[in-house]
Design a protein around this ligand. Structure first.
Ligand code: ATP
Length: 338
């Protein structure tokens, strides 16, 4: 890695002069570590960095600040994003993107690193038509970006959810209740599956596997009960169905006292885990080096444990399914819970 870095430094230094960095879409723990890495990696190559606030909105309005190595001190450990984030309707329009390109010209931004989800990358792809080099860094707690095995924020969010489930289990055990916990993930079940595996859930419901209440919930609770369990944990991905409805049905059909908890935005906050800090740092470094090499329209990804990159259009054409191996493990080990 160091040799590669030296080679890039010697060969390509000077091509890109000023990089803009922004965070966009939903916030994810580790975004700050990625911003820090972009700024520090750029600075080490003599490239200036500008922080763009509030996602693409800031690129349109010129909400921009100079970032140096010192200005990103003490953020590696902080959740959220110091650059703020936003969803920009204006950037979806040709007119909005044209304004943004004029702002880039005014500030001398010749490369843009956008840290966010696939919507952010779609925006980047459209924006690259204005001649600004673009790189996307995947950050979303949902881990739903197909081109990469891992997205920044997933590990922290999973650990936050697992801690909450452990706490709920204590009270459910004491009162011999059933807990139905809804975790985030929109239309993807990666987070729910991971949390379910780590917490030893009685059942896990994910959007990728349409569920049958009798088979996938009621019967699992019965089997757990036959095996001596008196409390139960059902993990529901937000896109799989209504946790409230499932909770009501468990109570009505099985007579088990049930409590429903929707974890919600609590999963987005908190200090990033070591995994998220290290991945974000590595991906930020990689993003800068893509720009330095003169490449554009790339998304940084992690595959088989290695950081690499892929064309944005290709990345956006890919579909991410549930990890079937992980799901098979879940099927084999869940049932009686824990
Ligand atoms: P998360 O996964 O957390 O939702 P995201 O990056 O997918 O993150 P989006 O709201 O989908 O979040 O996208 C972020 C922003 O990217 C949008 O608010 C919009 O400004 C821009 N964007 C998304 N799709 C497009 C598009 N087709 N054209 C131009 N800009 C887009």
């Amino acid at each position: 890695m160091i040799e590669y870095y030296k080679a890039v430094t010697a060969m390509d230094k000077g091509k890109i002069k000023r990089i803009g960095v922004l965070t966009s879409g939903g916030d994810a723990p580790g975004m700050n570590a990625a911003v820090r890495s972009v700024v520090r990696s750029a600075s080490s190559l003599g490239i200036e960095c500008l922080g763009i606030r509030r996602g693409y909105n800031g690129l349109i309005s010129g909400d921009i600040e100079k970032l140096g190595p010192e200005s990103v001190s003490r953020i590696i450990n902080r959740g959220g994003t110091v650059l703020y984030t936003a969803r920009s309707e204006e950037f979806r329009t040709e007119q909005g993107r044209k304004k943004a390109s004029e702002v880039c010209r005014l500030f001398g931004i010749d490369g843009l690193v956008a840290i966010g989800g696939d919507g952010t990358f779609r925006g980047l792809l459209e924006f690259s038509k204005y001649g600004i080099a673009t790189v996307g860094v995947p950050a979303t707690i949902d881990n739903d970006i197909a081109c990469t095995d891992y997205t920044i924020g997933f590990d922290t969010a999973a650990n936050t959810a697992i801690e909450a489930v452990d706490r709920l289990r204590d009270t459910m055990q004491s009162h011999e209740r059933c807990s139905v916990v809804e975790v985030m993930g929109r239309n993807a079940g990666h987070l729910a599956l991971y949390v379910g595996l780590a917490s030893g859930a009685t059942a896990v419901l994910v959007p990728e596997k349409p569920f049958d209440f009798e088979r996938d919930v009621a019967e699992r609770i019965r089997i757990a009960r036959i095996n001596g369990k008196t409390h139960f944990m059902i993990i529901v991905a937000e896109g799989a169905g209504s946790a409230m409805t499932i909770g009501d049905k468990i109570h009505e059909e099985l007579g088990v006292d049930t409590r429903v908890t929707i974890l919600g935005h609590i999963q987005r906050g908190g200090a990033p885990s070591a995994r998220d800090r290290v991945t974000a740092t590595s991906m930020g470094f990689h993003a800068v080096n893509i720009l330095v090499k003169g490449s554009t329209n790339r998304v940084v990804c992690e595959r088989a444990g290695k950081t690499s990159d892929i064309d944005i259009a290709e990345a956006l054409s890919m579909k991410k399914g549930l990890d079937e191996d992980e799901y098979s493990v879940l099927e084999a080990v869940t049932g009686i819970g824990e």
